[in-house]
Write a protein of this length. Sequence first.
Length: 197
Amino acid sequence: MSMGPMDKKTMHAGQIGFYFDQTRCTGCYACVIACRDWHDIRDTKVQWRSVIAHEWGKYPDVGLAYASLSCMHCSQPACRDVCPVSAIRKRDSDGVVLVDRDLCLGGKACGKCREACPYEIPQFGTGDDDRMQKCTFCVDRIDTGEQPVCVLACPMYALDWGPIDELRRKYGTVQHIYGFSLASEAQPSIVLKFQSE
């Protein structure tokens, strides 16, 4: 399902995004662990990608579904619009939302980006350095033709990435899955596949 590194090496043309297939995710956390390892995230309170479990029903008719989520790299990022020091920007080449941590005022002094984000994605460390951090779409990898590490690590092929228009043509335009709904005003760059009961 996921495209190999050579398929997307020269892909940067317009907004890119993620695809998440809830029917395939087993909640193994491989994507989370790979992200933490690749980006050397040591603060256990910080999650650039997270897996959320959603349960429903009553015994013996019960269900369980997972959602693997990170920054949506929105077309209209609310975090960027409220940042008082313009520390958040979108790359022209592919729409990836990045933060300049040298400019960021930090969660204690500001934190407006997290308040504005409909998904509360911006993360702040617990130590002295509480400047904002989040998923970077592995720009260090995709700029050299490799996949984001979360996509590469998923053993069930529940994650994919690419131009958002291409992902929508391929997978559809589902707006919600168990435990999560898209906030349309931000125009999030993610495509979902819903797990039915």
